[in-house]
Each structure stands twice: as structure tokens, then as C-alpha cells.
Design a protein around this ligand. Structure first.
Ligand code: GLN
Length: 556
């Protein structure tokens, strides 16, 4: 049988009018729809900023740092993509900034790679952008490429020029431009206003990009007359103008787009032959989010300054596990500094306590108190990264009796550093260089004293892989003391060739659910495949609601 090489297709997603109108979620939802039609799809994010490494950017400005298997630190859009598109393997190729593009062009220029030519934005920067896009999409049939920022920003221009050129090079039949805009309803006029959309499309057209479809973010459906008006001014058929109304949960967006006919339009326009999308799992997720059977309250104990988009994946992972158990997960933020001052009342109101990842000393004593509260009151407890380190400190202080136990992160010179840098890290002076990043294998302990461990119960597998982003480790010098006192090390990263044996998970045997992990399990959770530790933690918290203990012991 003759084999025909499938023509690669590209969808470019741009945004107009305002930032934060949901471009990442819209792009990811298109990805989910295309995947549900059986297409091999990947996603790419192009960011116009000049930072070469988003890992060093403030989470307050930029949201969470999302870590991939290969250790690249990307922005939260890669998190959205990972939650919506299940079968793509994202690597550092899937996210790049202007800074990275310029860096590679300048490096090449320094190495004499341009043979004395004048190095310019067009064609050298734009060529580099196109090369990056093509490399990221090379193993897939369809690439969805999101252009960061808003059309009209000066720094986004090279990206827009590059995608314009790609349409010429790849052919119109293989490229599609989707543009997300805002159509606000103005109460005093009693109508939807299309002018901002007209302006943003005008700007795109001035640089040679004619959008093929418009996704109009609105608070109500666009009527036919509005679609016609937008179409007329933006040079589009009205049936290429779609409403993107606010929905109750972000996981409803793929279903909503499908109802509007967005995916049908895309496959028709790109000449992709596929069957109808299989959306049954997505429907189930949305159904369960909208109609939960019960409710569980999880207290996240953190510095109040951390409560921003910086815990995006954590939040989503809790929702995913809620979906699995048909419960609504309510999150209460508990300020660790309030607990530090001795007010533990907030802890009594929640069904499960979670201490997430974090950096620095501020608020840690309050988090340690919260862990002690969870341990002695049998409240389900889940510690992540810094949460594991603090759980080990709490255990060392209050169970082993090492009252001065701490982490080298808080006191470099402390005597009892139960959490410390590995010797090999101490030699590296550059902080960035000492971070353990990306996926590492973990050996899960199946049984402890004849009983299945909580870790194995969750994973049902003795070999797993999870993503990391931290610098400090449990100090092996204290391991036997901790274990002798009852701390179960139920996960380890072992590399015997390198003589490495690190603690990855700890738990308590005689507690309903007390587990902490050194890695970040939230990065691998998706609505269609909730992460096992989150799932068991929510289940344990749910059981705690059902059999809520009457009296709670106070702690000193
Ligand atoms: N600050 C700790 C470390 O660097 C924990 C990091 C984290 O929670 N991501 O090891």
C-alpha cells in the first residue's frame, strides 16, 4: 500500500484587546478537541519577554513556574496545555521566549555563523522563530502555537511576522490563524461593543495576518447581527465568528467550543479528515464538577504572600481528585504566621491539611506547628517538597527528640541540619546550578512491617517518576534515627552507580493518612487522570468528614 506523508498543520493563536482573557485556556481547549478527534497534537508557547529563563521570574508577575520532565522551568501556560492535551510530551522545545531566540542568534553571530552578513530581525530572528516552531512540532501532525502578549505590543512583532511567513511557506491550507478578542457588554448602551475587536483585527491585518476565526470573549452569546457586523469589519464570514462566553469551570471550555462548532470549522478549513470528537470523559469531568455529591475542605498552610497564581497546578490537582471522588474541594488558605502566633483555630475547621512547596524561612514555624497538629490529631496531612522537609523537621524535633532540628536553608550553620544540601551541591557556588529539576525515578516501598504503605496504595507501582524543583534533601545522617522512631521512608531515589540514595516520600504507619513527598506531584495531574497521592489524600479527608472526631487535642 502506498504511504502518503501527512501534511503537517499549524494553528496560531493570538490575542487582542486585553491580556488575561483566557488565551492559554482557549488554545489548550482547541488542543483537547483536536486530540479527542484522534489527531496527534502538540502545543507551543512563544513569550515576548527577554528573560532567557522563566525560572528566575517572580511568580507574582508571572504566575507559577511549571516544571517539565526534562527539567525546563516554563510558565503556567504549559501547565494548562498539560492538563488539556493528554498525549503530547512537552519539553523545553515547547516553550521559548524572545530572550532565548535572541540569545541563539547572537551566539551564532559571535561564532561567525552569519559570515559577515548584517544580522537583522527579519530574516534572522524570524528564521530562528520558525525553526523553533518546526522543531517543536516535528513529531506531531498538528501544532497549536500560542503567541504570548497582546497584538499591538511592540515586542510581539517578530513572532507575528514569523507566523505570517509560515503561512506562505507551509501553505494556506495548512495554517490557520485564530484570534481571541474581547467583546464587552456596556450596560449604559445596553449592547455588546465590537469596536475593540475591529481595532485589534485591523492591527493584525496591517501586518499581513488575516484571522480565519475569531473567538470573542463575552459575558453573553453574540447574536447573529453582532457576528455579521464583526465579520463585515474584520473581513470574515459570520460563521467564523464564535462567542466564547464565561463558563462555570475552565474544563467546560472544550465542550462549549465544540457546541459552537469551533473544531468543525478548524478541521474543515485545514482539510483534516477526522471522525467526531470523543468527549465523553470531558463531559463526565464537567458533570462531576458542576454536581458534586459532597464537599471536603482542605487547609493549605502557607505564607500569605504565596497565595497567588503560584499554586495554580496544586489547585487544579485538588479539583481533579475531587472529580474522581465526586466531591467539591473547598480550599481554605491558612496563614502560617497566624498559627505561629499560637492561634490554631483555623486548623480545626478543615478536613485535611496540606503544606505545599515554598522557599525561605518566613512562616516555617507556623507550618511546622500545623504539621504537628495534623500528626497528633490524626488529621489527613499531605506535604509537598518544603512540606516534606518540614514534616521531617517536626518529626525529628517532637518524636525523635532532636529539639534543635532544622534545615540548612534556614540556618546554614545549625548543628542539627536534618535537611541539608548534598555534599556535591555544596561545592557548586552558583545557586541555580544546585537545583534538582525535572523527572527522577522513585522506588516505592510496597510494605512496611507487613502492611501496605500509603505510597504503594496510591501508586500501585513500585517504580514511578515525578518532577522535582528544589535544592535541599533529607540528610542521610539522620535517616536511621528517624526510621527507628517510626518515620517510614516509603519512596527513594536510588542511583547506586553514583552512590545516591535520597528520601522521596515519608509517611506514618499509625495515622489515617500522613504522607509527604520531596517531588511536586501536582505537575502530573490532569482532569482525566488525577494524580494518585492527591486522590488518596482527598479520599482520606473525605473519610475524615464522614467520621469527624468530636474532640481535638490542643498542642503546645
Ligand atoms: N526550599 C526548599 C528547597 O529548595 C523546597 C523547595 C520547594 O518546595 N519547591 O529544597
Amino acid at each position: 500500500m502506498a504511504m502518503f506523508k501527512k501534511q503537517k498543520k499549524y494553528i496560531f493563536v493570538t490575542g487582542g484587546v486585553l491580556s488575561s482573557i483566557g488565551k492559554g485556556i482557549s488554545a489548550a481547549s482547541i488542543g483537547a478537541l483536536m486530540e479527542s478527534r484522534g489527531i496527534k497534537v502538540t502545543m507551543v508557547k512563544m513569550d515576548p519577554y527577554l528573560n532567557v529563563d522563566p525560572g528566575t521570574m517572580s511568580p507574582f508577575q508571572h504566575g507559577e513556574v511549571f516544571v517539565l520532565d526534562d527539567g525546563s522551568e516554563t510558565d503556567l501556560d504549559l501547565g494548562h496545555y498539560s492538563r488539556y492535551v493528554q498525549n503530547a510530551h512537552f519539553t523545553k522545545k515547547n516553550s521559548f521566549s524572545s530572550g532565548q531566540i535572541y540569545e541563539s542568534v547572537i551566539r551564532r553571530e559571535r561564532a561567525g555563523g552569519y559570515l559577515g552578513k548584517t544580522v537583522q530581525v527579519i530574516p534572522h530572528i524570524t528564521d530562528e522563530i520558525k525553526k523553533h516552531i518546526r522543531e517543536a512540532v516535528s513529531d506531531y501532525d498538528l501544532g497549536i502555537i500560542e503567541v504570548g502578549g497582546t497584538v499591538g505590543d511592540i515586542e510581539g512583532l517578530p513572532f507575528l511576522e514569523a507566523i505570517r511567513q509560515m503561512q506562505i511557506e507551509e501553505g494556506r491550507e495548512n495554517t490557520l490563524f485564530a484570534h481571541l478578542t474581547l467583546v464587552p457588554f456596556i450596560p449604559s448602551a445596553g449592547e455588546l461593543k465590537t469596536k475593540p475587536t475591529q481595532h485589534s483585527v485591523k492591527e493584525l491585518r496591517e501586518i499581513g495576518i488575516q484571522p480565519d476565526l475569531l473567538l470573542c470573549r463575552t459575558d453573553r452569546k453574540l447574536d447573529e447581527a453582532t457576528k455579521e457586523k464583526i465579520g463585515l469589519f474584520c473581513n470574515l464570514a459570520p460563521n467564523s465568528v464564535f462567542s466564547a462566553i464565561d463558563v462555570k469551570t475552565i474544563y467546560e471550555v472544550p465542550l462549549y467550543f465544540h457546541e459552537e462548532g469551533v473544531d468543525e470549522k478548524i478541521v474543515e478549513r485545514l482539510g483534516i479528515w477526522t471522525g467526531r470528537p470523543d468527549l465523553k470523559d470531558w463531559k463526565k469531568v464537567v458533570q462531576r464538577i458542576l454536581h458534586p455529591k459532597s464537599e471536603v475542605t482542605i487547609g493549605i498552610v502557607g505564607k500569605y504572600t504565596d497565595w497567588s497564581e503560584s499554586y495554580k497546578s496544586l489547585h487544579e490537582a485538588l479539583i481533579h481528585s475531587g472529580v474522581e471522588h465526586e466531591v467539591k474541594v473547598k480550599v481554605e488558605y491558612i496563614d502560617s504566621e497566624v498559627i505561629e502566633k499560637g492561634d490554631l483555630s483555623a486548623l480545626e475547621q478543615v478536613d485535611g491539611i496540606l503544606v505545599p512547596g515554598g522557599f525561605g524561612e518566613r512562616g516555617v514555624e507556623g507550618k511546622i506547628k500545623a504539621i504537628e497538629f495534623a500528626r497528633i490529631n490524626n488529621v489527613p496531612f499531605f506535604g509537598i517538597c518544603l512540606g516534606l522537609q518540614l514534616a521531617v523537621i517536626e518529626f525529628a524535633r517532637n518524636v525523635v527528640g532532636l529539639s534543635q532540628a532544622t534545615s540548612a536553608e534556614f540556618d546554614e550553620k545549625a548543628e542539627m541540619r536534618v535537611i541539608d544540601l548534598m555534599d556535591s551541591q555544596k561545592e557548586v557556588k552558583d545557586l541555580g546550578g544546585t537545583m534538582r529539576l525535572g523527572a527522577y525515578p522513585c522506588e516505592v516501598l510496597k510494605k512496611h512491617q507487613g502492611k501496605t504503605t500509603k505510597a504503594y496504595h496510591a501508586y500501585k507501582n513500585e517504580k514511578i517518576s515525578e518532577r522535582h524543583r528544589h535544592r535541599f534533601e533529607v540528610n542521610n545522617e539522620y535517616r536511621s534515627k528517624l526510621e527507628e522512631s517510626g518515620l517510614v521512608v516509603s519512596g527513594r531515589y536510588v542511583d547506586s552507580k553514583k552512590d545516591i540514595d535520597l528520601v522521596e516520600m515519608v509517611e506514618l504507619a499509625d495515622h489515617p493518612w500522613f504522607l509527604a513527598c520531596q517531588f511536586h506531584p501536582e505537575f502530573l495531574s490532569t482532569p482525566l487522570k488525577p494524580q494518585p497521592l492527591f486522590s488518596d489524600f482527598i479520599f482520606a479527608s473525605l473519610s475524615a468528614v464522614q467520621g469527624k472526631q468530636v474532640s481535638m487535642k490542643g498542642i503546645s
